[in-house]
Write a protein that binds this ligand. Sequence first.
Ligand SMILES: *[C@@H]1O[C@H](CO)[C@@H](O)[C@H](O)[C@H]1NC(C)=O
Ligand SMILES: *[C@@H]1O[C@H](CO)[C@@H](O)[C@H](O)[C@H]1NC(C)=O
Ligand SMILES: *[C@@H]1O[C@H](CO)[C@@H](O)[C@H](O)[C@H]1NC(C)=O
Ligand SMILES: [Cu+2]
Length: 201
Amino acid sequence: MTSVTSTLILLFAAFTAVTAKTIQIGTDGLKFVPEAVEAAVDDVLEFHFGPRNHSVVMGDFGSACVPAAKGGFFSGFLPAAEGEENNKVFRVTVNDTSPVVFYCSQNSHQHCTAGMVGVVNSNNDSLNAYKTAAAKIPTALSPAEVFGGVLGPRPTETALAPATTAASSNGASRGGGAGAVGAALTVGTLLFGLKEALEMI
Ligand SMILES: *[C@@H]1O[C@H](CO)[C@@H](O)[C@H](O)[C@H]1NC(C)=O
Ligand SMILES: *[C@@H]1O[C@H](CO)[C@@H](O)[C@H](O)[C@H]1NC(C)=O
Ligand SMILES: *[C@@H]1O[C@H](CO)[C@@H](O)[C@H](O)[C@H]1NC(C)=O
Ligand SMILES: [Cu+2]
């Protein structure tokens, strides 16, 4: 096998190994869309910030609207004008597959209280129990500084993705669908490129 071939194969493996799970914030009211995602170790949760001024904080299931006692993440507040999206995204690498809950810590209009929460590798019951508990918490807490993830420029292709609408049972959404189609296209293009390259060798 030539080194070009093995490089291409390594490149392809690197591209396919990590899956970005796009989570849209605030585009559809005080919600994360989807509000439930399944993710494997090394997958990346990619939070996109729509109008008006949201954050994402990892919490603990037993303690609504409070940052996780250990580890976790906080994006900071990323505002966006009506009909727009902040030009940064927050990426969190999934460390393990244990269930995670997260919330928005914006207290202007009490987003966490209003049910602006989401889960990873969890189920409806836990999500709903957290929302019920959150409804009784008037003030959400924010960690002192951004941590546990990376703020980076928003990928340009997502600017073309349609606004996300309702999430279905386990977190599939039109936004997720568009992301999946995008990913499939990328992989398709890459495969095509790989085939072309192999034919040249
Ligand atoms: C966004 O919300 C945070 C927390 O409430 C606040 O500190 C910040 O000033 C707000 N930013 C804008 C642009 O409204
Ligand atoms: C994952 O591990 C990193 C590095 O140890 C840590 O900063 C981050 O908070 C962890 N993520 C979660 C979701 O616990
Ligand atoms: C989770 O909730 C959604 C929306 O309320 C519902 O359609 C779905 O059937 C529920 N899934 C399970 C496993 O309960
Ligand atoms: Cu919010």
